[in-house]
Design a protein around this ligand. Structure first.
Ligand SMILES: Cc1cc2nc3c(=O)[nH]c(=O)nc-3n(C[C@H](O)[C@H](O)[C@H](O)COP(=O)(O)OP(=O)(O)OC[C@H]3O[C@@H](n4cnc5c(N)ncnc54)[C@H](O)[C@@H]3O)c2cc1C
Length: 343
């Protein structure tokens, strides 16, 4: 074992990045260490990944880079699912319907319609009151805690070491033989010494998880100032995630009764069939999406004596659905830096 390559962060972005690092660079996984304060299986307000819904939806912004990350992820998840052992890894496909109260950006629709499976634009007659546009397609659904745990198990089985450590400065990630550090610290990038990115801020979300074996589909409604979503969790004993909120710069992981009531009201209006069985609430939770003014940060930063640092954070509300593309981009950046170092 050596520590030539260190990934800081064991959220979904750190795991996608570790996988991409090994596969794209054909590394010996035993040369890779993942360092993180929180690891799969843990729960903390400052570990966002377990709290995600999580599915592929139209939540991402409309810029070409994010649309590219979404497309890469959506179209490469089948291969990853197979590698991790099939749908039991916590990743499966389900039907999804999404409504907008306004006309979504043409660039976004053009991109999504080019690759989403079973894509269909819904006729006006099938749109609820107040909805301007609607689509139906087959999406990816994650059982987030299980997917994280199975992804870690897979990487460990190949030889990657996971080590729990809270860093106070990014320089602590350089272990005695480390040449390359990939920084995937999510919301942690706001406070981590040597990074302290003031552009990072949380977008808080609260969810209500219920048991609903009769609901198998995703349903989402995008308003100008709200998002309502219903996300089935594969391989979870019929859990259904109901949300939600997109509260900028709200740092609390606490949950609130009035938000629970509001989520239940909005989701049962969107999909009244939820109430065909008595409401069985499993848990209420809140998480902080790692957002960033100006979008994700995927870039190299100069550090001393030939060492390389590549940042990859700021996935906001789309770490699962765009994170594989982000990881691929971070490895492109790393390859350019390694080539420069050879010159
Ligand atoms: C309610 C909710 C619903 C969501 N739904 C979806 C969805 O349906 N689809 C989707 O794609 N996304 C969804 N998201 C967003 C998604 O969860 C995030 O984009 C993603 O989890 C971010 O992953 P990350 O790896 O960047 O951060 P994290 O999961 O927070 O991981 C950061 C890692 O860095 C480590 N770290 C940070 N600082 C330090 C330090 N100083 N020292 C050591 N380690 C450190 C942490 O311990 C952790 O291991 C949702 C989020 C929320 C809150």
């Amino acid at each position: 074992m050596s520590d030539k390559y260190v990934v800081v962060g064991a959220g979904i972005v750190g795991l996608y990045t570790t996988y991409s690092l090994i596969t794209r660079l054909h590394l010996n996984p035993a040369d890779v260490t993942v360092l993180a304060e929180y690891l799969p299986g843990d729960q903390s307000t400052f570990y966002t990944s377990p709290w995600a819904g999580g599915n592929f939806s139209c939540i991402s912004p409309d810029d070409p880079q994010t649309l590219k990350f979404d497309k890469f992820t959506y179209t490469n998840l089948a291969k990853l699912q197979k590698t991790l052992g099939g749908k039991e890894c916590g990743l499966d496909q389900r039907e999804s319907t999404e409504f907008w109260d306004y006309q979504p950006e043409a660039a976004k629709i053009k991109s999504l319609s080019s690759y989403l499976q079973d894509w269909k634009v819904l006729p006006k007659s099938e749109l609820p009151d107040g909805v301007a546009y609607g689509i139906n397609y087959t999406t990816w659904n994650f059982n987030c805690p299980n997917f994280l745990a199975n992804f870690k198990k897979f990487l460990e089985s190949k030889g990657v070491t996971f080590h729990r450590q809270k860093l106070t400065h990014i320089s602590q990630a350089y272990l005695p033989t480390t040449k390359v550090v990939l920084n995937c610290t999510g919301i942690g990038a706001h406070d981590l010494g040597g990074v302290q990115d003031g552009k990072v801020y949380p977008t808080r979300g609260q969810v209500v998880v219920i048991k609903a074996p009769h609901i198998k589909v995703n349903k989402v409604r995008w308003g100008r100032d709200y998002a309502t979503y219903i996300i089935p969790r594969p391989e979870s004993g019929d859990q259904l995630v109901l949300g939600g909120y997109l509260q900028k710069d709200n740092w609390t992981g606490d949950t609130f009764g009035h938000e629970t009531e509001d989520i239940l009201r909005r989701t049962t209006e969107l999909l009244p069939e939820i109430l065909d069985r008595p409401l069985d609430i499993v848990r209420i939770a809140a998480g902080l999406r790692p957002s960033r003014h100006g979008g994700v940060r995927i870039e190299a930063e100069k550090v001393e004596d030939g060492k390389i640092l590549v940042h990859n954070y700021g996935a906001s509300g789309y770490g699962y659905q765009a994170g594989f593309g982000m990881a691929n981009e971070a490895i492109d950046v790393l390859i350019r830096e390694l080539n420069k170092a050879k010159l």
